[in-house]
Design a protein around this ligand. Structure first.
Ligand code: NDP
Ligand code: HSE
Length: 420
């Protein structure tokens, strides 16, 4: 029986989950890999912090050099997050011949290509399944099970925190702040949750997902990103009234012969598969020209689901070590294509408008698709209309909204892109 020694950098939500799974599932790990995993050293920031986990036999340190210089450690799990100093830590680990498994989407989306090359030059693995959609094994599935198919679109809910907040606001009457606090207490949110609610975290994940699905490296400035901070309870109720739910949707798809990548809150029809995804769960809907639509669903954040994805990468590396074939890229698909600039992403938009008198309103716009008087608000005699545009860009949409705001007879009550 061979023992593989591990180092871990970070012992927060995910790091703790990794330790727990290794301790609880030794027998299964041995049966499936033929090896025993032994955690030798864990690097943390604060040595004085109380840890609610059994660390007997494990060295706790605040010095990355304790792992970098240890020739016995073959695989290192980076779950400390953020870019600095995680990037320099990982570079030092790769240079010292260690295989690295990470959950760090910020880093992979921003410096992924350089780090992947760095790993290849050192003939070691750099795997990052947990960086996208937490417990859903989406990256390896796309890399292996779609290898012969042409993916034509990817759409998903890929931030657990924002989906948790939207679900709690819509179903449990929680305020935005109350729901965010709960997401933090549950270990779903980033240490600083700004990126979760601004859409940036999902933007990072879309960059990685797009690389796997379309073989294309997307600079972050090409991804249109909007978050959930401006969504009000009134928006959520209005969406429900018109047969929709509001979800933060990440999408990558061809538009006008270019690849469009976006993250934004959208109106999603109540009967759409993505409308049913609640709380911290994520789902990724992949469309392949041969296979059609396939949806992957599961916990998108949280201690054990994320740690499970980390351990899948660890065990894939154990296998590569046994076969002496470390150093292959996680995803081999690579091609070039034109990318749409962020402000040119196109959507159908759904607007609800209140007419201040009871007359039918005519909206003069080239983008007018249909107009209906759908409900009358009896109290103030105002009539609420819905209006769905043809596919228009973010810029065209903003111009249209400004024009409508100048119409004295109308008030815009909600304006959101529609998920097709
Ligand atoms: P936490 O904030 O819970 O934990 C971070 C850990 O990193 C802490 O143990 C902290 O030490 C340690 N740390 C911070 N700075 C340093 C440093 N300079 N040197 C050494 N250790 C340091 O984060 P999470 O576990 O939630 O997330 C970890 C990573 O996993 C992030 O990249 C995150 O984006 C990603 N991820 C998280 C998911 C989740 O559900 N939470 C899901 C998917 C990915 P100390 O304990 O001493 O403060
Ligand atoms: N903060 C992230 C989320 C963790 O809420 O989805 C998983 O990447």
């Amino acid at each position: 029986m061979k023992t593989i020694k591990l180092g871990i950098v970070g012992l927060g939500t995910v790091g703790t989950g990794v330790v727990r799974i290794i301790q609880n599932n030794q027998q299964k790990i041995l049966a499936t890999s033929g090896c025993q995993l032994q955690i030798k050293t864990i690097v943390v920031a604060n040595l004085a912090k109380q840890r609610h986990i059994d660390l007997e036999g494990i060295k706790l340190t605040n010095q990355i050099a304790d792992i970098v210089a240890d020739d016995e450690i073959q695989i290192v799990i980076e779950v400390m997050g953020t870019i600095d100093p995680a990037k320099s830590y990982i570079e030092a680990l790769l240079d010292s011949g260690k295989n690295v498994v990470t959950a760090n989407k910020d880093l992979l989306a921003t410096y992924g290509n350089g780090l992947i090359t760095h790993a290849q030059e050192n003939h070691v693995n750099l795997l990052y399944e947990a960086s996208v959609a937490g417990g859903i094994p989406i990256l390896r599935t796309i890399a292996t099970s779609f290898a012969a198919d042409q993916i034509t679109s990817v759409a998903g809910i890929i931030n657990g925190t924002s989906n948790y907040i939207l679900t709690q606001m819509s179903e449990n009457e929680l305020t935005y702040n109350e729901a965010l606090q709960q997401a933090q207490e549950l270990g779903l949110a980033e240490t600083d949750p700004t990126n979760d609610v601004s859409g940036k975290d999902a933007g990072y994940k879309m960059a990685i997902l797009t690389q796997f699905a379309f073989g294309v490296t997307v600079p972050l400035e090409n991804i249109f990103v909007a978050g959930i901070t401006q969504i009000t309870k009134a928006d959520i109720l209005r969406a429900q009234k018109w047969g929709y739910v509001i979800k933060l949707i990440g999408q990558a798809r061809p538009v006008d012969d270019k690849l469009s990548v976006s993250v934004e809150p959208m109106f999603v029809r109540k009967d759409h598969p993505l409308a049913t995804i609640k709380n911290e769960n994520n789902a990724v809907l992949v469309t392949g020209s041969s296979v059609g639509e396939v949806m992957f669903y599961g916990a998108g954040a949280g201690e054990l689901p994320t740690a499970n994805s980390v351990l899948n990468d660890v065990l894939a590396t154990v296998k590569d070590l046994q076969l002496q074939q470390t150093g292959a890229k996680f995803n081999n698909f690579s091609r070039t294509t034109d990318l749409l600039v962020a402000q040119q992403q196109k959507n159908h938009y759904f607007l609800t408008l209140v007419s201040k008198d009871d007359s039918r309103v005519t909206i003069t716009s080239n983008h007018h698709k249909h107009q209906q008087t759908l409900s009358k608000q009896k109290n103030d005699l105002a009539t609420e209309l819905s209006y769905q545009t043809k596919p228009i860009s973010v810029q065209q949409f903003r111009t249209m909204v400004e024009k409508l705001k100048g119409t004295e007879k109308l008030t815009i009550t909600a304006a959101y892109p529609l998920l097709d």
